[in-house]
Design a protein around this ligand. Structure first.
Ligand code: ADP
Ligand code: MG
Length: 370
């Protein structure tokens, strides 16, 4: 088959000149101003400057893009690369692939992840993963939680605002403040856990100024965190082994959150944090509960083919959905601690098999004859 492949690529050379990168390279003004200087290692900064700024955090690098392309080729298909930029529609229209493997996180705007699926829908070209409605709903953290709540799927209490507030309505601190529609921990720093009205308003201002969007303010769940990979459609959705996130391995003065600092800065190939365990060492009962809420969330949002969900427990060990990623991150190198490929490896599905499975799920879903 002629398989189109849509993606956004990190533009590494341009980024170093971005304002935010400069700030970080100085080692002092990490966004949020919350990283103590002694954690900033010059060597890491020079090797990972392309990852430290969160401007392009959601996009993929050439290593990932080549790995996906090769996996599709190994299944005997021709691959047509289509970068998801402003020319994407014309390129798709001209190429008219039989199906598209979509992993484009989008170019800009709150519904950026929906742009490519919407173009493909308009052009009547089949594609992997969820449709523009589902992807848009998941990308807006409040819309996603409103749907989950309607279907009775547990998620932390919340409100949204883009102006200063008099406090958390139910006066519950600590609270957690994050941008309404970002991913890859963009905008989530140590300062995101707030303990009073002043800190809450400081974060609302920071998010408005840096990301030009509303904040979503949630009850802070202080229990164990997990991330859960799901694959399949309809009755055949499979929950892969749950990945446990060991937040206790963070420096003592860090809040227990999987922040931008942790995701992209401390946990590098050279300095791998011992942060994930797969399968998570938890009781059978909690495993079943997590699998149950994740499957219910998958169907509530009408997800197709695959997704990764973040889950966190409250102090009573009850799990809640934190967020849903219908275009999950898939770094190919096992040293990069990428959770979906990690969970797949646990059931004997290597990287190529994972990509091919997602493509085949979409081929089956559309009833396409190979
Ligand atoms: N309500 C919450 N309570 C406790 N921790 C949270 C909450 N929401 C988010 N976090 C922490 O912040 C991290 C990033 O939040 P998340 O909503 O997953 O954002 P992203 O889309 O950027 O991955 C989570 O992995 C978790 O550690
Ligand atoms: Mg997340």
């Amino acid at each position: 088959m002629r398989v189109g492949f849509t993606y956004n690529i990190k533009k590494e050379t341009e980024q170093v000149s971005e304002g935010q990168d400069q700030k970080v390279q100085n080692g002092k003004n990490f966004p949020g101003n919350s990283v103590p200087g002694n954690y900033i290692d010059e060597n890491l900064i020079s090797n990972y400057s392309h990852r430290i700024s969160d401007v392009y955090a959601e996009w993929d690098d050439e290593e990932t893009i080549s790995a996906v392309e090769n996996a599709i080729k190994k299944a005997g298909h021709d691959v047509i690369r289509i970068e998801a930029d402003e020319n994407a529609f014309e390129k798709l229209r001209a190429a008219r692939p039989d199906i598209v493997f979509n992993m484009a996180e989008g170019f800009g705007g709150a519904s950026r992840e929906s742009h490519i699926p919407a173009m493909l829908e308009m052009l009547n070209i089949p594609y992997t993963a969820s449709d523009p409605i589902t992807i848009g709903n998941c990308h807006d953290k409040s819309r996603c939680k409103e749907i989950l709540t309607y279907y009775g799927v547990p998620n932390p209490g919340f409100f949204i605002t883009d102006t200063h507030v008099n406090g958390y309505p139910k006066v519950k601190y600590p609270a957690f403040v994050k941008p309404l529609h970002e991913g890859s921990s963009k905008g989530i720093y140590n300062s995101s856990v707030v303990n009073n009205k002043e800190e809450l308003n400081r974060e609302i201002t920071r998010i408005k100024e840096n990301y030009n969007q509303h904040s979503i303010i949630e009850d802070f769940l202080d229990g164990q965190e997990f991330t859960v990979a799901l694959i399949g459609n309809g009755e055949n959705v499979q929950v892969l082994p749950i990945v446990g996130i060991n937040l206790d391995c963070l420096p003592a003065d860090f809040p227990k959150i999987y922040s931008y600092e942790v995701k992209w800065y401390f946990d590098t190939r050279e300095n791998k944090l011992d942060i994930f365990s797969c399968p998570a060492k938890i009781s059978e009962k909690l495993t079943r509960k997590i699998e149950d809420i994740c499957k219910r969330a998958y169907h509530a949002l009408r997800i197709r083919d695959w997704a990764r969900m973040d889950v966190r427990c409250d102090s009573n060990n009850e799990p809640y959905i934190i967020e849903i990623n219908p275009l999950p991150g898939i770094l190919p190198n096992p040293d990069d601690n990428s959770c979906f490929p990690k969970a797949a490896r646990e059931v004997g599905m290597n990287y190529d098999a994972l990509i091919q499975k997602v493509l085949n799920l979409a081929i089956e879903r559309y009833g396409i004859k190979k």
